[in-house]
Design a protein around this ligand. Structure first.
Ligand code: TYD
Length: 209
């Protein structure tokens, strides 16, 4: 049996992550792999309930620490019930966002330290990490336009935070990529859908057997 592989896609709002997750899963299936396409927060029935709790309502619905704990709880459920079993069966998992989103979003303005976020991940998910992570990078103006067209002005509780917040998120993602260049690859998302997918596949060559 070939080893299961865990791939996550990350980035700000409107960078085309979800489109790429679908396209990448399809490419991998064409290569003969069994692929689970999933997302965070969510991916299992319980975690989807937590997603709804997290993404609806007003800005002050949750204290920032509660928010971080809920993301970690959704991830624990997802890791235990869907991701780890799939990897154990030798399948590939393509996940739209994972732990690096918590590291990039829940740390803004010194909310939680990276150590605290990783500690929640240790307790919740025994530190499960992707084998490879792609951060889709798009100039802010283009990404905002795309996200606005998609959401028609009705972005979710976190997507609706101000532009300073989202700039800080992107800076955090870039820092994570600089710190972990083997696992995390920054991808220029200003190319065509097809050429971005091809770039992702190229960056998975070493994980394919
Ligand atoms: P998602 O549905 O991927 O939103 P989008 O398609 O707009 O990128 O993710 C939902 C929101 O949750 C998004 O604003 C990012 C945020 N989020 C966190 O703040 N922390 C996390 O750990 C995760 C997984 C997502």
């Amino acid at each position: 049996m070939t080893p299961g592989r865990f791939i996550s896609l990350e980035g700000g709002e409107g960078t085309g992550k979800s489109t790429q997750a679908v396209a990448l899963a399809k490419m991998l299936e064409q290569k003969g792999y069994v692929v689970q396409l999933t997302r965070e927060p969510g991916g299992t029935s319980g975690a989807e309930i937590i997603r709804e709790m997290l993404l609806t309502g007003g800005e002050d619905k949750w204290d920032i620490r509660t928010e971080a704990l809920l993301f970690a709880a959704a991830r624990a459920e997802h890791s235990a019930k869907l991701i780890r079993p799939a990897l154990a069966r030798g399948e590939w998992v393509v996940c739209d966002r994972f732990i690096d989103s918590s590291r990039a979003y829940q740390s803004v303005n010194g909310a939680l330290s990276d150590e605290e976020i990783m500690e929640l991940h240790r307790v919740g998910s025994d530190r499960l990490m992707p084998d490879r992570t792609f951060i889709l990078d798009l100039p802010k103006a283009v990404a905002s336009k795309r996200a606005a067209a998609r959401d028609r002005g009705g972005s979710d509780r976190i997507g609706g935070r101000d532009s300073a917040y989202h700039r800080a998120v992107m800076a955090n993602f870039r820092q994570l990529a600089a710190d972990e260049p083997e696992r995390i690859r920054m991808i220029d998302a200003a190319q065509s859908v097809e050429s971005i997918t091809a770039t992702l596949v190229q960056n998975l060559g070493d994980l394919m057997s």
